[in-house]
Design a protein around this ligand. Structure first.
Ligand SMILES: Cc1cc2nc3c(=O)[nH]c(=O)nc-3n(C[C@H](O)[C@H](O)[C@H](O)COP(=O)(O)OP(=O)(O)OC[C@H]3O[C@@H](n4cnc5c(N)ncnc54)[C@H](O)[C@@H]3O)c2cc1C
Length: 404
C-alpha cells in the first residue's frame, strides 16, 4: 500500500470512529471518492467505549451550570429532534439489526428542588417541540417499579433509549466500502499542509511506510485528537478531552426497559439485550500523563476508584436491586467537549476545505450530524440545521493563523 506516489481523493477523512465512518457512508453514496484513514482499528476511540445512550432530553451537564447555560444548551434540542428520526430509520438504512431500543427514557429526581429543575427543563423542551412530560412519584412508580420508591419523580421521553456501540461503526464502514470508499486502518495522519492552490497534502504513516494524499477536502473526525491535528495547520479548535468511565454488571432478567438519567447527579443506566446493566453518566477517569506532567492522549485513562464508588452508589440509590448484582468490568474512554458544550461541526473559515465534527454526545448525534455534514460538503454550504454548530462561532481563535 505504501509508495512514494501521491494518491488523489475527493476527501480524506481522518478517524475511523462513528463520525468518520458515518460521514464516509454518506459521502460515498453522494459520489465522492473517499479515503478514511484510522491510525488504530475501526471503533478504537470513544465510539467503541461509550454507553450507547440515545439521550434526547437536555443533558444534566447543560443544567448544572446555571440557568443561562441551561437556556443556551437547550438549543441542542433542535438537533436532538432530528436525531430521533435518524435513529428510528437507522436499521433500515444500514440493512441490519443494531440493537436499537427506543422504549423511552426517564430523567429522575430525588428532591423537590430537583423536581423544580426538571419542570424548568421540560417547559423549555416542550417550547422547542420535544414532548417530554413530568411524572410525579406515583406515576414514576407505576412506570418503573424496579426504581427506588424514594424518587420524587422524573421527566419522561418516549423516544429515548440505547443502541449497541460495538456494532454501529462496522455497519457504516462496511456500507461505505460497498459504495466505493477506501477504509484504511493502521495508518495515522502525521503531516498536513495546505498548498498554494488551496488543496491539502497529507502524509499517512503506518508500519509499512508512508502514503501521500492530495485532496481538496479533509474531514477531521478524530474525536479528542482534533485539536492536535488542526494544530498541524496552526489552527485552534476549542475541544477539550473528557476522560470518562463505564461499568457493566452480570446478567439478570429484564428489569429495566428504559434509559435512566438523573437530573441532580451523574448517572446513566440501562439494560442491554443480553441482560447486563450498564452504568455510567459522565464520571471522570484519570488521563495518563507524560513525564513532563502534560496529558498523554495516546494512552488509556485509568479508573478513578473514588468516582467509581460514587457512580455505583448513585446507581444503587436509584435502583436498589442493583446492590445484589456483581460488577463484571469497568473501563475508561475519552471523549471531548467544546468551549460552549455544543458540537463543532462544519468548515473552518480560515481553511476552506477543512471540516471538523466533534464535541459532545456524538453517539446520539453522530449519525444525524454525519448526514448534515455530508450535505454541507457536497452542496458547498451548510443546511440551516447546522447553523448554531458551525466552527465559525470560534473564528476569532484563528485570527492569527498563517495559511497560503
Ligand atoms: C465512556 C464514554 C461514554 C459515552 N457515552 C455516550 C452516550 O451514552 N451517548 C452519546 O451520545 N455519547 C456518548 N459518549 C460520547 C461519544 O462516544 C463520542 O462523542 C463519539 O463516539 C465520538 O465519535 P468520533 O467518531 O468523533 O470519535 P472517536 O470514536 O474517538 O474516533 C476518533 C478516531 O480518530 C482516530 N485518530 C486519532 N488521531 C488520528 C490520526 N492522527 N490519524 C488517523 N486516525 C486518528 C482514533 O484512533 C479514533 O478511532 C461517550 C463517550 C465516552 C468516552
Amino acid at each position: 500500500m505504501m509508495t512514494g506516489e501521491t494518491s488523489n481523493f475527493d476527501i480524506l477523512i481522518v478517524g475511523g470512529g462513528l463520525v468518520g465512518c458515518a460521514s464516509a457512508w454518506h459521502l460515498a453514496r453522494l459520489g465522492l471518492k473517499v479515503l478514511v484513514a484510522e491510525r488504530g482499528h475501526l471503533n478504537a476511540g470513544a465510539s467503541g467505549q461509550n454507553a450507547g445512550s440515545l439521550h434526547f432530553q437536555i443533558e444534566r451537564r447543560f443544567l448544572e451550570q446555571g440557568e443561562k447555560a441551561a437556556a443556551d444548551g437547550a438549543r441542542i434540542v433542535t438537533l436532538n429532534r432530528l436525531a430521533i428520526e435518524e435513529w428510528r430509520g437507522i436499521e433500515d438504512m444500514l440493512s441490519r439489526p443494531l440493537d436499537v431500543a427506543m422504549h423511552g427514557g426517564l430523567m429522575v429526581a430525588e428532591t423537590e428542588e430537583q423536581m423544580a429543575l426538571l419542570a424548568f427543563k421540560v417547559a423549555r423542551e416542550n417550547e422547542l417541540g420535544l414532548s417530554t412530560q413530568v411524572l410525579d412519584r406515583a406515576q414514576l412508580r407505576e412506570r418503573a417499579p424496579s426504581l427506588s420508591p424514594h424518587l420524587a419523580g422524573a421527566a419522561w421521553l418516549a423516544e429515548e433509549g440505547h443502541a449497541n456501540p460495538r456494532i454501529l461503526v462496522d455497519a457504516f464502514a462496511e456500507g461505505a466500502g460497498e459504495q466505493g470508499a477506501q477504509i484504511r486502518t493502521g495508518i495515522a495522519l502525521t503531516a498536513l499542509s495546505m498548498a498554494r492552490d488551496g488543496t491539502y497534502r497529507a502524509v499517512l504513516s503506518g508500519p509499512d511506510g508512508e502514503m501521500r494524499v492530495r485532496t481538496p477536502r479533509v474531514l477531521l473526525a478524530s474525536g479528542h485528537w482534533v485539536p492536535r491535528l488542526a494544530g498541524m495547520l496552526g489552527l485552534n479548535v476549542p475541544l477539550y478531552a473528557a476522560p470518562l468511565m463505564m461499568s457493566v454488571t452480570d446478567r439478570t432478567e429484564p428489569v429495566l426497559p428504559y434509559l435512566i438519567q438523573h437530573v441532580g447527579a451523574r448517572l446513566s443506566m440501562k439494560q442491554t439485550e443480553d441482560g447486563n446493566l450498564l452504568i455510567g453518566g459522565g464520571w471522570p477517569s484519570r488521563l495518563a500523563r507524560r513525564a513532563d506532567g502534560t496529558p498523554d492522549l495516546d494512552r488509556p485513562a485509568t479508573v478513578e476508584m473514588k468516582n467509581l464508588r460514587a457512580n455505583l452508589a448513585v446507581a444503587a440509590r436509584v435502583m436498589p436491586g442493583l446492590a445484589q448484582r456483581s460488577l463484571l468490568r469497568t473501563w475508561t474512554g475519552t471523549t471531548c467537549i467544546s468551549a460552549d458544550q455544543l458540537p463543532i461541526v462544519g468548515e473552518i473559515p480560515a481553511a476552506p476545505g477543512l471540516f471538523v465534527a466533534a464535541g459532545g454526545s456524538l453517539f446520539t448525534l453522530g449519525p444525524v450530524l454525519a448526514r448534515l455534514l455530508a450535505r454541507t460538503i457536497v452542496e458547498g454550504s451548510p443546511p440551516e440545521e447546522l447553523s448554531m454548530f458551525l466552527p465559525r462561532r470560534f473564528a476569532h481563535l484563528d485570527a492569527f493563523a498563517v495559511l497560503p
